[in-house]
Design a protein around this ligand. Structure first.
Ligand code: FAD
Length: 386
């Protein structure tokens, strides 16, 4: 048994950012992961920071993240490949155009410079874009980075400060007594601390269930792939035709796309991630969207699991009972949010409060949701999110 100020469960980017900030504030922190550091969603992400125009409640936190991204290489001392050249969300048919126009009404509720532009304006920004692009939402803000490098940068910066990461150490149970957390149980014994931060993505639901707490998260599998390096085509974050596509610093086109398959997880088993025929479909849509990809060589594909809350927003919550317990999950956009989430989580863990704008993101918004919510939405395993 060892004693720490804070145990962080999960060495994904949200756990690592939380651990880094708490260690920087002077706490003795250990991060436990059931597998390797950032082996799950955090290294499999496409790497966008979205400013969340579609969810104005999250937008203030995303803007905090944007500020922190600007200084992140210097802060952590390692490169993240952060590139801030804006985001384009394009419509390639009339149906998508109508949907985007409707969605744009929520974008207008934020104080970010979003504009609705026509297809010609978008092709000026991305000349290789298909002629069938009809228009879309553009912001000169937003950016992208390398998910593997960034996750590793947080891990190295944390251990440089004396933080400890224990890989292949699954947390089987959160321990509490007298209304307070006291630590966690692992196959190798108990580890004690007065604060436990659950940053275990969709596994948060399983770890909180014994307390009678419902953290409604549905695991969903996303497919991704990357081409060999290509000449410079664009440097914005591009979304369109059901795909997210960015060009890396080396020139690879890195993309992910739906539809996504809802799945089930178990606490002590590897998450299922086989790639599926969707990859072929992603390729077809990529070529439709950027026709010169027809001659591109595709290097590799993979899949990753993300955790989706019913409203597809980030959740950050500090519990009163058991005291000392807190949790986070980010509904598929945690990579971009991570720098700000880390600050908010470390504040909550060490000071019990934060000045960051997270008031709309607590679990309280789900207090009327019942445990069969996934079935009601048809978000259960084997279904697709079409
Ligand atoms: C293909 C794809 C593309 C994406 N693109 C983007 C994007 O462009 N922008 C963006 O912002 N986000 C994107 N995301 C989502 C983003 O990757 C996640 O929101 C983010 O990585 C979540 O970080 P996390 O630390 O919560 O989760 P994870 O990285 O999944 O880390 C959770 C960790 O908890 C560990 N764990 C679970 N249970 C236990 C346990 N019982 N004990 C110990 N450890 C445990 C896991 O092993 C894992 O390492 C994408 C995801 C995928 C899969």
């Amino acid at each position: 048994m060892q004693n720490y100020d804070l145990i962080v469960v999960g060495a994904g980017i949200l756990g690592l950012a939380t651990a880094y900030q708490a260690r920087k504030a002077g706490a003795k922190v250990v991060v436990l992961d059931k597998g390797a550091t950032a082996y799950e969603a955090s290294s499999r992400a496409t790497g966008y920071l979205s400013l969340r125009g579609e969810t104005p409640e999250e937008s203030p936190l995303a803007q905090m993240a944007e500020k922190l991204w600007d200084g992140l290489d210097e802060e952590l001392g390692y490169p993240t490949e952060w590139t801030q050249r804006g985001r384009i969300w394009a419509a390639v048919n009339e149906r998508e155009l109508a949907e985007l126009k409707e969605l744009y009404q929520s974008f207008e509720k934020t104080d970010i410079a979003f504009e609705f532009v026509d297809g010609q304006a978008l092709r000026k920004m991305i000349p290789s874009l298909t002629d069938s692009c009809l228009g879309g939402i553009h912001t000169p803000r937003s950016g992208h980075a390398n998910p593997q490098r960034t996750s590793q940068a947080f891990a190295w910066a944390f251990t440089d400060l004396g933080g400890e990461i224990r890989e292949y150490t699954p947390v089987l149970e959160v321990l509490a007594t007298g209304g307070r957390v006291k630590g966690v149980k692992t196959p190798y014994g108990e580890i004690h601390a007065p604060r436990v931060a659950l940053c275990a993505a969709a596994h948060n639901t399983l770890l909180l269930a014994p307390f009678g707490i419902l953290f409604p998260l549905a695991p969903v599998r996303l497919e991704a792939l990357v081409t060999t390096p290509m000449p410079p085509l664009f440097d914005q974050c591009f979304i369109g035709n059901g795909l997210s596509v960015r060009q890396t610093k080396r020139g690879n086109l890195h993309m992910n796309g739906g539809p996504y398959e809802w799945i089930d997880l178990e606490i002590d088993k590897e998450s299922p991630k086989p790639t599926t025929p969707i990859v072929r479909n992603i390729l077809r849509r990529a070529i439709e969207t950027i026709p010169l990809l027809k001659g591109a060589q595709f290097l590799r594909s993979w899949a990753g699991i993300v955790d989706m809350a019913p409203d597809q927003m980030t959740t950050i919550h500090l519990f009163d009972n058991p005291e000392g317990l807190l949790t986070v999950a980010a509904s598929g956009h945690g990579f971009g949010m991570a720098p700000a989430v880390g600050v908010a989580m470390a504040d909550l863990a060490l000071k019990g409060a934060t000045s960051l704008p997270i008031e709309h993101l607590s679990l309280n918004r789900f207090r009327h949701i019942t445990s069969d919510w996934r079935e009601k939405r048809r978000w259960h395993a084997g279904q697709y999110n079409t």
